[in-house]
Ligand binder design. Structure first.
Ligand code: FAD
Length: 417
């Protein structure tokens, strides 16, 4: 049993790595415990393997607005170590970055593994001890103080301070399985129920199976509850085997989840948001007039992707063998409705397996935003996704980890506030 660590960090994801590295840089003797056989398993798959490191919004006031209700908690951490600082951090270590569409910051060479390599070197240079395959089973505490950490294989570790950086519950195969919530709850922390966020949605309509893999650019997803439009998002959507995914769905998913708790949710896709109903009608009439002897089933090629046409024809209830010159005005109106208000009934959000982040987690009222120190357990810090903080896609979620982790490393041996 090793007794002389200043800080033990549990979890080798971005938050844990930054906590450990910065604390060591500030002179602490640090041990990092990771249950996988390597660091940053989830980090490696971020941004489709390219790692959207952060969001290039350097005005902190503006940045925190993107995090919703809990965003204010991040104000101090972002001021201390915000998007500009993490970009500098990587640039200073020879990892160049570029800003892409939507202010998303990526490594210049588009490789998440290079981000991990820089972080590993940061830990090594500052002398952080790392134990891999170190699956923490339990934390023993008394009088609001952690006494020791016990691994599944029975090994025990003691330090002056501890940091829990075990992430959320999403993509559990990466190691983020949510044990942190249990330990923290046992030690007296309130855990806001973890829920999948930034995820796909499951819909009732079986025909989506036929559309699986179809990606649609420049569409609008309009979300309705009680016949009122409550949400609208424009961009790219993707059909899955049981629903929808893609950027506009993923970014709406947290709100959709909240709406589902209140009642039924309908999602209408507008395949032609740039055209009003009237303009689209004129366009269809023109197409029909130009090929008036064409069969209806052959008449939509210029307007829709191939995969969508059989579904649209079926839902329109227009006889596919009918010549377009005999399609009635009412039938055309029904068709336009499908183009502009393609209805899908949302059943639920896809589960943790497909969620990019976990909403919910440690109640931030119980954590000091200046230090990331627990207000309940004296010698404990908490950082990263395990906290009740989450943002939209675009580098916002990793920024939470870099900033809160850095703050741990800045405060590991300061007075307990
Ligand atoms: C597919 C996907 C793509 C994403 N893309 C982006 C992106 O491009 N940009 C962005 O900002 N965000 C992205 N995210 C979100 C981002 O990856 C997470 O918010 C971030 O990884 C959370 O970091 P963390 O350090 O808090 O936790 P994690 O990265 O989850 O790390 C926690 C670590 O703790 C370890 N651990 C857990 N329990 C134990 C235990 N009992 N004992 C020992 N170790 C344990 C785990 O093995 C894991 O390594 C993406 C997420 C996913 C799933």
């Amino acid at each position: 049993m090793n007794k002389d660590y200043d800080l033990i960090v549990i979890g080798g994801g971005p938050a844990g790595i930054m906590s450990a590295g910065r604390a060591a840089e500030n002179g602490a003797k640090v041990l990092l415990l990771e249950k996988n056989d390597r660091l940053g398993v989830k980090l490696a798959i971020t941004g489709k393997g390219r790692c959207n490191i952060t969001h290039a919004e350097f005005n902190i006031q503006a940045l925190i607005k993107s995090y919703g209700k809990t965003g204010k908690f991040l104000y101090s951490a972002f001021n201390k170590f915000g998007p500009e600082d993490i970009v500098q951090f990587f640039n200073n270590r020879n990892l160049l970055t570029k800003v892409e569409r939507g202010d998303r910051v990526f490594p210049d060479n588009a490789k998440a593994y290079d981000v991990i390599d820089v972080l590993k070197l940061y830990l090594k240079k500052n002398g952080v001890d790392i134990i891999y395959n170190a699956n923490v089973d339990s934390i023993e505490s008394s009088k609001n103080k952690i006494d020791k950490i016990i691994l599944k294989d029975g090994r025990e570790f003691i330090a002056k301070e501890y940091a829990i950086c075990t992430g959320g519950k999403s993509y559990p195969l990466t190691g983020s399985t949510g044990e942190g919530y249990d330990w923290l709850s046992n030690m007296g922390h309130n855990i806001i129920t973890p829920k999948p966020s930034l995820t796909a949605i499951v819909v009732k309509e079986n025909f989506v199976k036929d559309l699986e893999g179809l990606s649609l650019k420049n569409v609008e997803a309009n979300v309705y509850q009680d016949n009122k439009k409550v949400l609208s998002n424009f961009g790219e959507a993707l059909f899955t085997n049981n629903g929808l995914s893609g950027p506009i769905i993923i970014d709406s998913s947290k709100n959709i989840g909240e709406l589902l708790e209140k009642g039924d949710v309908e999602l209408q896709l507008d395949f032609k948001p740039a055209l009003s109903d009237e303009v689209l009608d004129k366009r269809i009439q023109k197409d029909f007039a130009e090929g008036s002897n064409r069969l209806f089933r052959n008449s939509l090629n210029a307007l829709l992707p191939q995969k969508l046409i059989p579904v649209m024809i079926k839902l329109s209830k227009i006889d596919p063998e009918k010549k377009v010159n005999s399609v009635t005005k009412d039938e055309r109106k029904g068709l336009i409705k499908l183009f502009k208000y393609f209805p899908l009934t949302v059943v639920k959000l896809a589960g943790f397996n497909r969620a990019i982040v976990t909403a919910g987690g440690v109640d931030i009222k119980e954590v000091n935003p200046q230090t990331m120190r627990s207000r309940i357990v004296q010698n404990l810090f908490i950082a990263g996704e395990v906290l009740d903080l989450d943002g939209p896609t675009g580098g916002y979620n990793l920024q939470i980890c870099w900033s809160t982790g850095y703050i741990v490393g800045e405060n590991f041996n300061k007075d307990k506030i």
